[in-house]
Design a protein around this ligand. Structure first.
Ligand SMILES: [Zn+2]
Length: 200
């Protein structure tokens, strides 16, 4: 019989994405042989996830509790905001080095079929930000599928009578691909050759 503490650990590990029962077992036993000091360090870093990392109330990205490094970076342009679906997308775009403005995470894309409406996304926050901070351009980095198109259309429509320039990533991002698997160079080109979507 496997000791209770290990069984508990296995059932927790199984909840992680990509970890099946077999690998959960292997990991749990590995952690036991990993040594007390190492497991302590792992446990501490797991706990600090929630004590030190927060969702930035402004951009919606992952941030230090002490303040968001991106929103507080005064070397960044503040008149252009790159709109993305999820916090991880910020990482991908920032790594490409082609964008030096601020970000806004929507938390998803519009999808009437799946019951995702405008009120389920951080759209009101985006519109308020644009107004308050006199933003001149929104770069919509949302991929190339139906749901992304619907989201782009909704945002462009909101700003149709304003001076805010709306652009989206140029072709080059594979259809249905998420930004985190798109390589840096493709992303850089897609940002540089971004296309205007005003006037819908
Ligand atoms: Zn932020």
């Amino acid at each position: 019989m496997i000791p209770k503490a290990i069984r508990l650990l296995i059932s927790e590990l199984e909840k992680l994405p990509g970890v099946g029962p077999r690998s959960a077992e292997r990991l749990a036993l590995h952690l036991f042989w990993f040594g007390k000091e190492n497991t302590q360090m792992l446990a501490n870093s797991l706990l600090s996830l929630h004590s030190e990392v927060i969702i930035c109330p402004q951009c919606g990205g992952l941030s230090e509790k002490t303040g968001c490094e991106i929103c507080n970076d005064l070397t960044r342009r503040r008149d252009i905001i790159c709109v993305v679906e999820k916090p991880l997308d910020i990482l991908s775009i920032d790594k490409s080095g082609a964008f030096k403005g601020l970000y806004h995470v929507l938390g998803g894309r519009l999808s009437p079929v799946n019951g995702v409406g405008p009120e389920d996304l951080r759209l009101a926050e985006l519109f308020a930000r644009v107004e308050k901070e006199s933003v001149k351009e929104l770069l919509l980095a949302l991929g190339m599928d139906v749901e992304s198109d619907a989201t782009v259309y909704f945002i462009a429509k909101h700003f149709q009578n304003s001076d805010v320039k709306i652009s989206r990533l140029a072709q080059g991002i594979p259809v249905g691909a998420s930004l985190d698997i798109t390589d840096g160079l493709t992303l850089e080109r897609a940002i540089e050759n971004r296309l205007p979507v005003n006037g819908v």
